[in-house]
Design a protein around this ligand. Sequence first.
Ligand SMILES: *Cc1c(COP(=O)(O)O)cnc(C)c1O
Length: 398
Amino acid sequence: MNQAQAILKALEQVCGSTSPDKPISLHEPNFGGTQAWEYVHDCLDSGWVSTAGQWVSRFEQELCALTGAAHTIAVTNGTVALRLALHLVGVQAGDEVLLPPLSFVATANAVAHLGAIPHFVDIEAGCLGMDPKALAERLESVAEQRDGVLSNRVTGRRLAAVLPVHVFGHPALIEELRAVAEAWELPLIEDATEALASWRNGTHCGLFGDVGTLSFNGNKLITTGGGGALLTNSAELAQGARHLSTTAKLPHPWEFEHDAVGWNDRLPNLNAALGVAQLEDLGRRLTAKRKLADCYAAAFEDLPGVELVDEPQGCRSNHWLMSLRFLDENPSEAQAQRLQVLEAAHAEGLLLRPVWKLLSQLPMYSQAPRGNLATAEDEASRLLNLPSSPQLLEGWNR
Ligand SMILES: *Cc1c(COP(=O)(O)O)cnc(C)c1O
């Protein structure tokens, strides 16, 4: 049996037998065992289906209770949450925002939506997040104070924020990253869209910096159909987020008075009802995902040439997306092995995906400033994401 066949066998050991007409995706939404129907029913009966209502308030309160955030603002999706967070800490058109290249495209898009420019900083392989050393080195080599403005000495543009990502639900080295951001007095926004219920040293991801962002897209740990949220401990930033996400309207019983160019970003009540139902089931999902990760670890334990990406030290990961790393020293050989598994798995209806193509290599960001990205480039050719839905676990009541 060759390596690809052995890996496929291990996958089937965990996911059960598969077939092309019943394909298994990486992460599938699931409302089984929840009160989703009742809550949506209540929402329709009440007539409050749009951007205000009790389900929105309840969803926000429950997110605060879960994460420990002082404030949560529910919005239409994670990309919008990122764009709003960056805007709130002062990112403007023509600024640069430091972020890792190994992420979903939305991280860079949110920067570009404001007219700002992504500036790529390498990752470290332990947590797959931005490398604090690479961030410090990059800032030392390109940052300078110009008339009291922290600027990139090469491009002349202002350096406006640091935006690390907690990849696949694994907390990045966020305390070290925060220390670097603080040393340069740069705002810190966390892309915690994959990291609901992920913790480092007792703090929830998204609460280390100024603002953190969550996503409730269909493929995330819990879903509202589409949705996102901002987490912050700052009353001022929370107030700004609420105001700007509701067209910057001043409170008044009848007047249409707006004091800024705002957005229409608030999460509809209908979606929030789904969110409350899913949050109530979160504990069961987390337990199932942890068990699924253990099953994968056991299935791959004795296979040479691959390893399961582990929960980083000192963390509690939500295990949102599980991934396999091909260990061959030569990255192109690792990539070739990965391709063989992808082909064999897709033929069986197991819809594995390679990790994202690096943002720094996408056409719209290929000219963006960057440091040395050696680790990100290496990891990008080795990682393969595995089906990770909690309902894959045997005995899960769907
Ligand atoms: C899902 C995701 C987003 C965007 O969230 P949406 O709700 O899909 O807009 C941003 N960054 C990362 C890393 C994500 O995985």
